[in-house]
Design a binder for this molecule. Structure first.
Ligand code: SAM
Length: 332
C-alpha cells in the first residue's frame, strides 16, 4: 500500500489506521502523523544540519527530514525487512539518505548527531542512555502513557520513580516522570537537559530536549528534579523553551498544521508546575464549574498570570494561590 504524508509517499506493507501498538511486520502508523509533524516543526525552526532516525520502520520520518528539510539523514532499523523498504521508499521519493541496519544503541554509542530521534514501541527506556550520548538534541516518544502516569505503580519503577496522582493530573505527572528520568540519566554523564517542547496527545508522550555539557548544567538539571506530594522523582522545571516557541513558524505543508497551531498557542504560555482542575475545585466548593476562559480573564484582571493547558480543557495554569482561585470560582 502506498500512503502519502507531508511531501512524500511511502510504501507500507502494514498500515495501522487506528492507534499505536505493535502489529506484525514493518508498519506505518497513521495515528502518528502529528507526532512526526512535530519533529519536522522542530527541525525546520532549529535548522538542524544532520539527524538520525534510529528506529525507522518504513523510514517515513527520516525520509521526511531529508525530502522536506534537506537534512543530511541517517535512517536506521535493526530489522532487515524494514531496511529493504526504507531503501525502496528513498527511491520512490527520489531523495538520498544513509541507511543502516544496526542495533540502535550500538550505532548511537559510536556516532554523534545534531538530532537523534527515538520512536519505539512502548517504553523508550532501553534507548535513553545512548541517545543522550549521541545527540545534541533528542526527540523521544513514549507510548507507555498509563505506566508513566503511575497507573501501574509497579511498572513505573522502570523509570526509577514512584508516583500517585489524582486522575486529572496523571497526564502531566507522566510527562514529568519521563523528563525527570531523562534528566537523571543525563547527569550521570555530567550532562544536563533543557526541554524544548513536551507533548501529550492521548496515545503518546513526545519530548524534545537539548543535551547540555558540563557539571554546572548537570547540577542545574538535578535541582529541577524532586519528590513532590504526588511522589517522584519528577521534573518540576518548565516543560517548554518559551523563547524558541515564540519565534517559531509552522511549515505550511504539514498535514496536521491546524492541530499544531492549536497546540502551539497553548505551549507558548504553558508555564508553572501543574495546573488547577476547575471541576475538582468547583465540586469541593459545591458550585457549578465555570468556563476556564472566564476564570483566566478574572485572574488576569486581578494581576495574576493564567493560561490554558494541553492536559485538560477544564484546567488552567496560574501563579495565583488556590484560595484566590476559589474566591473567583465562588463569585463567577
Ligand atoms: N519511527 C517510525 C515511524 O515514525 O513510523 C516507527 C518506528 S516503530 C514504532 C519501531 C521500530 O524500531 C521497528 O521498526 C523496530 O524494528 C525497530 N527497533 C526495535 N528495536 C530496535 C533496536 N534495538 N535497534 C534498531 N531498531 C530497533
Amino acid at each position: 500500500m502506498i500512503v502519502e504524508e507531508g511531501k512524500i509517499k511511502i510504501l507500507a506493507p502494514n498500515v495501522n489506521l487506528r492507534g499505536p501498538g505493535k502489529i506484525e511486520g514493518v508498519f506505518y502508523n497513521r495515528a502518528m502523523v502529528f507526532n512526526r509533524d512535530t519533529s519536522i516543526f522542530l527541525l525546520y525552526n532549529l535548522r538542524v544540519k544532520n539527524a538520525l532516525d534510529a528506529l525507522a520502520a518504513t523510514g517515513v520520518r527520516g525520509i521526511r527530514f531529508a525530502k522536506e528539510l534537506g537534512i543530511e539523514t541517517t535512517i536506521n532499523d535493526k530489522d532487515s525487512r524494514a531496511v529493504e523498504i526504507i531503501k525502496k521508499n528513498l527511491e520512490l521519493n527520489n531523495v538520498e539518505a544513509r541507511v543502516t541496519n544496526r542495533d540502535a544503541n550500538a550505532l548511537m554509542i559510536e556516532e554523534k548527531y545534531n538530532y537523534v530521534d527515538i520512536d519505539p514501541f512502548g517504553t523508550p527506556v532501553p534507548f535513553i542512555d545512548s541517545a543522550i550520548l549521541s545527540g545534541k538534541i533528542i526527540g523521544i516518544t513514549a507510548t507507555d502513557t498509563a505506566t508513566l502516569g503511575g497507573r501501574n505503580r509497579r511498572i513505573v519503577r522502570r523509570y526509577l520513580a514512584d508516583v500517585c496522582a489524582p486522575t486529572e493530573l496523571v497526564h502531566e505527572i507522566g510527562i514529568r516522570v519521563l523528563l525527570g528520568y531523562i534528566g537523571r540519566m543525563a547527569v550521570r554523564f555530567d550532562l544536563g537537559i533543557e526541554p524544548i517542547i513536551s507533548i501529550w496527545q492521548g496515545h503518546f508522550y513526545r519530548v524534545y530536549v537539548r543535551i547540555k555539557k558540563g557539571v554546572s548544567k548537570a547540577n542545574a538539571t538535578l535541582e529541577k528534579i524532586k519528590n513532590t506530594e504526588f511522589g517522584g522523582p519528577i521534573w518540576v522545571g518548565e516543560m517548554h523553551d518559551f523563547s524558541f516557541l515564540k519565534n517559531s513558524k509552522i511549515p505550511e505543508w504539514l498535514p496536521t498544521k491546524k492541530i499544531l497551531e492549536k497546540y502551539l498557542s497553548i505551549w507558548k504560555n504553558e508555564k508553572f508546575f501543574l495546573f488547577y482542575h476547575l471541576p475538582s475545585i468547583s465540586s469541593e466548593l459545591r458550585v457549578s464549574t465555570p468556563s476556564p476562559r472566564q476564570i483566566i480573564e478574572n485572574l488576569k484582571e486581578q494581576g495574576y498570570e493564567a493560561y490554558p493547558t494541553q492536559f485538560s480543557p477544564q484546567g488552567i495554569r496560574s501563579n495565583a494561590p488556590v484560595d484566590v482561585l476559589k474566591d473567583i470560582i465562588k463569585s463567577a
